[in-house]
Design a protein around this ligand. Structure first.
Ligand SMILES: *Cc1c(COP(=O)(O)O)cnc(C)c1O
Length: 382
C-alpha cells in the first residue's frame, strides 16, 4: 500500500525505550522523562493575551496569506536587527512558517531533483535526512565527532561529493549535542558553500537558549552569508511556544522564494492570530528570555555535575536544552539500564544517527524539582 518513501524510513529506534518506559509506568515506577526537548515552562502571559485578542478579530478568520503577515515578518526582521545586528528585507527575505520543522521539511522539495544530494550532519535532528529523501534526494552524511569539536570537517569532504551537493544542513547551537559553532567555522562554511554552489540551510532554534554570556550567533551576521544561506528560526524554544507552531526562514531572497513556492502549493499559511501573538512574543522585553535562561542554567549545572560524578564523559553545554554524555557501548542498552535502575528516561544517541552511538542525550525540559529528583537518583546509583 505504501510508497517507497515511507516504506524506507529509517527504523524507529526509540520503540524499545518507549516500550520499556510504558512498562515501567505500568509497574508503578515514578518515571522522570528526560528524553524530549519540549519546554515545560509556560508561554508568557502577555503572548497568550495577545492570542485571545487576535482570535476575536474577524480579519484573522479567513485564509491567511501564504507568506505570512507583513507585520509578523517586520517584527521578525526587527528582532534579527536587535538580536544579531542583521538587516533583513521583511518582504523578500522573511517567510512565516508553521513551526520551523515545516519549513525544513519542505525546503528540499524546492532544490532537490531525484538523485541530487544534500550534506547532512550525523548525529542530527532526523528531519534533514528524511526531508531530503522525501524529495527524492540522497543524504550524504557528515560525521560530527568530538575530536572536531562536533563540527563537520568541511576540508575532509571529497570535492567530487561537494560538487554534486545542492544543500547543506547545519544546526548550531546543536541538538542533540549541545555544541556551538564559532565565527571562524561559519566563515569557512560560507566559503565552502560559495566555492561549490551549495545552499546552506542553517537551523537555529536555540540561539537564545545560551548560558554564562556565551551569546549565540546568526550565520547571517557574517559577510557573504546572504549570498548562500538561509536560517530557520522558531519561537518554540525561545518563548516556550512549541505547541503554537510558528517560526520563519530568513536570508537569501531566492532561497526564501523557492521555499515559498512549495508552501503556497501545500499549505495556506499560519493562523493570523498566532502570527499576532508571535509579534507580541518577538517584542517581549529581554527579561523574559533572561528569566528562562536562569531556570535552565541551574538545571544544566546540577544535572551536569551528577552525570560527571557518575563517570560519564561530557562537556557542559554553552547553549541548548541538552547534555550529551559519552557512556560507550550500546546507547540503547545503556538507556535501558538507566531506566531500570533510576526510572529516568534519556535518549539513546544512536537514534540521531550512527555517529551518535555510545552517547546518551539528557534534556532539561522537566520542572526543576523533577530534575533535582533525577539528580538524587543518579547519586544513589553510584
Ligand atoms: C525544536 C527544534 C526545531 C524546531 O521546532 P519547531 O517547533 O518546528 O519550530 C528545529 N530543529 C531542531 C534541531 C529542534 O530541536
Amino acid at each position: 500500500m505504501y510508497a517507497d518513501r515511507i516504506k524506507h524510513l529509517p527504523p524507529y529506534l526509540f520503540a524499545a525505550i518507549d516500550k520499556a518506559k510504558q512498562e515501567a509506568k505500568d509497574r508503578g515506577v515514578d518515571v522522570i522523562d528526560l528524553s524530549v526537548g519540549d519546554p515545560d515552562l509556560p508561554t508568557p502571559a502577555h503572548i497568550i493575551e495577545a492570542l485571545g485578542r487576535a482570535a476575536r478579530d474577524p480579519s484573522n478568520h479567513q485564509y491567511p496569506s501564504y507568506e505570512g503577515k507583513l507585520a509578523f515578518r517586520k517584527a521578525m526582521a526587527d528582532w534579527y536587527q536587535r538580536t544579531f545586528g542583521v538587516n533583513l528585507d521583511p518582504e523578500k527575505e522573511v517567510l512565516t512558517l508553521i513551526g520551523s520543522k515545516e519549513g525544513i521539511a519542505h525546503a528540499p522539495l524546492a532544490f532537490i531533483n531525484p538523485g541530487d544530494t544534500a550534506l547532512v550532519p550525523d548525529p542530527a535532528y532526523p528531519v534533514y535526512r528524511t526531508a531530503t529523501a522525501f524529495a527524492g534526494g540522497e543524504p550524504v552524511v557528515m560525521p560530527l565527532l568530538r575530536e572536531n569539536r562536533f563540527l563537520p570537517d568541511l576540508e575532509g569532504i571529497d570535492p567530487a561529493v561537494a560538487k554534486r551537493a545542492k544543500l547543506i544542513f547545519l544546526n548550531y547551537p546543536n541538538n542533540p549535542i549541545g555544541a556551538s559553532a564559532d565565527r571562524q567555522f561559519f566563515k569557512e562554511l560560507i566559503d565552502f558553500a560559495r566555492d561549490y554552489k551549495i545552499v546552506v540551510l542553517h537551523d537555529n532554534p536555540y540561539s537564545e537558549i545560551y548560558y554564562d554570556g556565551h551569546r549565540s550567533m546568526s550565520i547571517l551576521e557574517l559577510e557573504g552569508a546572504r549570498d548562500v544561506a538561509v536560517e530557520f528560526h522558531s519561537l518554540s524554544k525561545t518563548y516556550n511556544m512549541t505547541g503554537w507552531r510558528i517560526g520563519s526562514v530568513v536570508g537569501n531572497a531566492e532561497v526564501v522564494a523557492g521555499i515559498g513556492k512549495i508552501k503556497s502549493n501545500i499549505d495556506s499559511g499560519t493562523f493570523g492570530a498566532v502570527q499576532d501573538a508571535g509579534i507580541a512574543a518577538l517584542q517581549s522585553p529581554a527579561e523574559f528570555v533572561e528569566e528562562i535562561r536562569k531556570v535552565y542554567r541551574h538545571r544544566i549545572e546540577i544535572l551536569y555535575r551528577a552525570l560527571k560524578d557518575l563517570g560519564l564523559e561530557l562537556e557542559k553545554p554553552r547553549a541548548t536544552l541538552y547534555l550529551w554524555a559519552w557512556a560507550g557501548g550500546s546507547s540503547i542498552e545503556y538507556a535501558g539500564r538507566l531506566l531500570e535502575r533510576t526510572g529516568i528516561v534519556a535518549t539513546p544517541g544512536v537514534g540521531f544517527g550512527k555517529y551518535g552511538e555510545g552517547y546518551i542525550r539528557f534534556s532539561i525540559t522537566q520542572p526543576t524539582e523533577r530534575i533535582e529528583e533525577a539528580v538524587e537518583r543518579l547519586e544513589n546509583m553510584r
